[in-house]
Every structure is written in C-alpha cells, then in structure tokens.
Design a protein around this ligand. Structure first.
Ligand SMILES: C[S@@+](CC[C@H](N)C(=O)[O-])C[C@H]1O[C@@H](n2cnc3c(N)ncnc32)[C@H](O)[C@@H]1O
Length: 200
C-alpha cells in the first residue's frame, strides 16, 4: 500500500464501515483489505447501494447517465465559465462566504459546475460527490482541461455517504451544501430531497 500509515484523505472513509481508506495501486482500500474502491481515471467509485431504494436510485442513475447536464459546451475556457457563473447571485454569494483553507462539500454535484467554480475561484479544497459517473466525467474533463486544482470528485450515494462523521463540523472552516433538486420533468424519478446550505 502507498503511504500505508497515512489515510488517502482524512475526510473520506469507507461508506460501509466508516474506516479510513488507503491508496493502493489505483484503488482505495480499508486497512484490513476487506473493502476496496476503484479510481476510475479521476474519481473514486465509492457508491454503495442503499437497501430498499435500489429501484429509485437505478432510475435516477439511468436518467442522468443518458442526459448528464448541464454540460460545458458554452464555455471556451475557465474565464468565460467563471464569468457566466457569476451571473448567479447564489454562486457569487457562496464564493464570497468561502473562508481561506475551507473544505467545501457539494453532494449531488452533477457535472460539478458549482464545485469547479468554487475550486477555480476560492482558496479551498472542494469535494464534489454525485451518483452519476457520466456527470462526474464531464466535470473532471473540464477541471483537467482548464487546470482547475483543489477538487476531488467521487461517486457517492448520499444515502450511504463516504464522508467522515463530523468532518464538516470540526473547528476548521467548512462549507457544505446539498443540491440534488430534481428537475420538474415527468420522466425524471424524484425523491423528497431538501436543499441545504451550511456555512460554519
Ligand atoms: C438536478 S441535478 C443537480 C446537479 C447540480 N447540483 C446542478 O445544480 O447542476 C441532481 C443530481 O443529484 C444526483 N443524485 C440523485 N440521487 C443521488 C444520490 N442518491 N446520491 C448522490 N447523488 C444523487 C444526480 O445524479 C444529479 O446529478
């Protein structure tokens, strides 16, 4: 295992057992080697299904796999992307609230536009989590293509999070928000999610 004594990231844990994860040749593993999660060229597949909700999660996954949106086609580069993002009052306000060295967590980041925007414009580390690999891929490609650093993408089920308990309520500056609002389309399966923004 690489750096056997150092967890890969103190905020990210095994979504099943809550144990720390260690990098080992393209995978993340628990120290006892009982659970492992693949690095899929830029994001970790930390998705674990939730008993009893597989059908709905599967429908949501199918929907966004077919139509990952919003895409990045309108942006030639990071400058036009940031310019467009700043038309949103919410994005601008959020950006201004992110303290130095904050850890930002976006759950249900989709293609990661907000996460990429915050990673590009704030001195923070952003964790961008979503269920849908096709969406994450668009976000990763944009980040890589535009030299956006300080962002970790991961495939995660918000009902089985790989987030260490209390990692976002410690004394270090943290921001977390949840944005899996489902579009009002009859074809899109929905769940009663609430949107939440915490800045502590
Ligand atoms: C309406 S999109 C919002 C995407 C992004 N936050 C935005 O504003 O562009 C909702 C996102 O929630 C994700 N999602 C749905 N169920 C999820 C789950 N159980 N765990 C993690 N993400 C989920 C979907 O994959 C989708 O990308």
């Amino acid at each position: 295992m690489d750096n056997a004594s150092q967890p890969f990231d103190p905020c990210i844990v095994c979504p099943v057992t809550g144990q720390p994860l260690f990098r080992d040749d393209g995978t993340l593993k628990t120290a006892d080697d009982t659970k492992s999660y693949v690095d899929d060229d830029g994001f970790y597949r930390l998705f674990v299904s939730e008993e009893g909700s597989d059908a709905t999660t599967g429908e949501v996954l199918d929907f966004y796999t077919e139509t990952p949106f919003p895409n990045y086609n309108d942006f030639d580069d990071v400058a036009t992307f940031v310019q467009r993002a700043e038309r949103s009052v919410f994005a601008k306000m959020l950006r201004k609230e992110v303290p130095m060295n904050a850890r930002v967590l976006e759950v249900g980041c989709g293609t990661g536009q907000m996460s990429n925007y915050l990673a590009a414009t704030t001195p923070s580390h952003v964790y961008a989590a979503d269920l849908t690999p096709a969406s994450l891929r668009l976000g990763i490609d944009f980040a890589r293509g535009n030299g956006i650093e300080g962002i970790t993408f991961m495939q995660m089920n918000l009902f089985r999070p790989c987030i260490k308990r209390r990692a976002w309520t410690s004394s270090s500056p943290t921001v977390s928000f949840t944005t899996p609002t489902t579009p009002k389309r009859p074809s899109c399966p929905s769940r009663p999610w609430s949107s939440r923004v915490d800045i502590s």
